[in-house]
Design a binder for this molecule. Structure first.
Ligand SMILES: C[S@@+](CC[C@H](N)C(=O)[O-])C[C@H]1O[C@@H](n2cnc3c(N)ncnc32)[C@H](O)[C@@H]1O
Length: 243
């Protein structure tokens, strides 16, 4: 009986992977990773050059990404079939070997692997290796701390409705907005309505070679890549710096 090891790979820079995740990747005989059809896949890109020669690669290609509305019955049915199918395939395979599932960031933080985990955890031994989240890599890229003192940090998905975004953005001290991409015009409008736009930053491809850090107000919201995060830094309680 083998097992499944889900390795959280960190935000993008391979040097930000934990020692434990790197050891799992370098010893892998079979790896599986999610990707959009026709793309290399973010998790696979992070381990470029680290996999042993001859490692078997299983690319788990999403059947839909943005073609259907994410809250439609058709989208949910397609993804349920996809996760059921891959859970069955990994369950079968785990009877004969270990499988390392590659995950960007931390697997338990809005990660697709969670859908396999909930289907497999009852009958397959699974180890999860935590990782540095993408948001952590992104706020570090801005050079500004994200939270001070008793600041409340809200982590929001760009898929929320504009009204929900405005409500949460108005309440919290510090903000992280993920799943940006096509949702960016809505996110920008919500930040403006909550009076937070001027303090907002956009980090694209945080910790990766293509990293870009910009004031959100100065960015064209119609050209926002999926791998980007919006940040508003908290300004909370802290001791004054003595002159
Ligand atoms: C499905 S979530 C995966 C989160 C991941 N498990 C983590 O721990 O960060 C994908 C979203 O994470 C954000 N993201 C993750 N890593 C990023 C990075 N290095 N730079 C910019 N955005 C990132 C983007 O907003 C993207 O839409």
């Amino acid at each position: 009986m083998g097992r499944i090891i889900c390795a959280g790979l960190g935000p993008g820079d391979p040097d930000l992977m934990s020692v434990k995740a790197r050891r799992a990747v370098e010893a892998a005989t079979t790896v599986a990773y999610f990707r959009k059809a026709g793309r290399a896949g973010q998790a696979r890109r992070i381990v470029q050059g680290l996999l042993p020669p001859g490692a078997i690669e299983l690319a788990m290609e999403y059947p839909v990404t943005t073609e259907l509305a994410f809250d439609s019955a058709a989208y949910n049915a397609a993804l349920a079939r996809f996760y059921d199918d891959w859970a069955n395939r990994l369950r079968q395979l785990s009877r004969t070997c270990d499988i390392v599932v590659l995950c960007e960031g931390d697997p338990f933080f809005y990660g697709s692997f969670m859908h396999l985990y909930s289907r497999l955890r009852a009958d397959v031994p699974i180890e999860i290796i935590p990782g540095i989240t993408g948001m952590s890599g992104c706020w570090t890229a801005t050079g500004e701390p994200i939270t001070w003192g008793d600041d409340v940090l809200a982590v929001l998905m760009g898929t929320l409705s504009e009204a929900d975004l405005v409500a949460q953005m108005s309440r919290a001290d510090a903000l992280v907005v993920m799943k940006t991409g096509r949702n960016m015009p809505k996110i920008r409008r919500a930040l403006e309505r909550a009076g937070r736009l001027d303090a907002a930053w956009l980090v694209e491809a945080g910790t990766m070679p293509a990293q870009r850090v910009a004031r959100l107000a100065e960015v064209n919201p119609d050209q926002c890549p999926y791998f980007s995060i919006v940040l508003v830094h908290g300004q909370g309680r802290r001791p004054e710096i003595a002159e």
